[in-house]
Design a protein around this ligand. Sequence first.
Ligand code: UDP
Length: 246
Amino acid sequence: MERKTAKIQGYDIDLISFDDAINYVSEKIAENQGMHIITANPEMIELANKDKVFSEILKNADLVVPDGIGIILALKLKKIELEQIPGIELAAELIKNCEINGNTIALIGAKEEIIQRTAQLLKNEYKKLNICYTHNGYFTTDKENEIIDNLIKQSPSFVLAALGAPKQEIFINKCRKKLPNTVFIGVGGAFDVWSGVIQRAPEIYRNLGLEWLYRTIKQPERFKRIYKTLPLFLFKAIIETVQNKG
Ligand code: UDP
């Protein structure tokens, strides 16, 4: 499938629906074709603007879906209507398909008790799911090499990295060349949500595109991240639109 994308500040965002993204990635998993999925938000675009390494990682991703509402708004300014694709929901659907199709998964990230609880809950929910490897997300560089070696040994079809951005994308980037047949996705705080430590926003917030507001109320420390990046991101999105019109 040819990628159909739109650029936001020079970075490709895939113009794909939730269902098509599931089908596309599930096909890749079935064909043993590795890929890196990035669930993009404005903070990532802003980081890529400042950090060359992250910029390259974002450019080299195989699928960049709009997770943050800011991305949806920036696209709207370009008259492009796209549905939000929350990484956590995309990952959950893909796990379900891995169970059905007998593909192995690995989970990397979060605190030890969280990842254990997540693995257990997933096994309860998806009885035939084969979780071939797990590791918490707090490790040294030496340990990281050991984790990558273990992943190579297990060769999972699908790896979920829940280390927060950009840590998870940097980790995935290190793994990719060594695991060319594995599909990787960074899922941020998904394991905290699945294990019940953090609640997702109620549907009404999600439908209004206000999940970020709910999360900021629940975790006020997140405010620092948002206010530093979101206004600037939206300002640049407006400038980009005006320039392209002129
Ligand atoms: N985390 C980790 N290792 C680290 C730092 C963070 O495994 O060195 C985990 C943390 O325990 C949490 C997740 O990464 O589960 C970060 O979640 P956050 O909500 O910040 O990510 P976001 O979805 O905002 O990218």
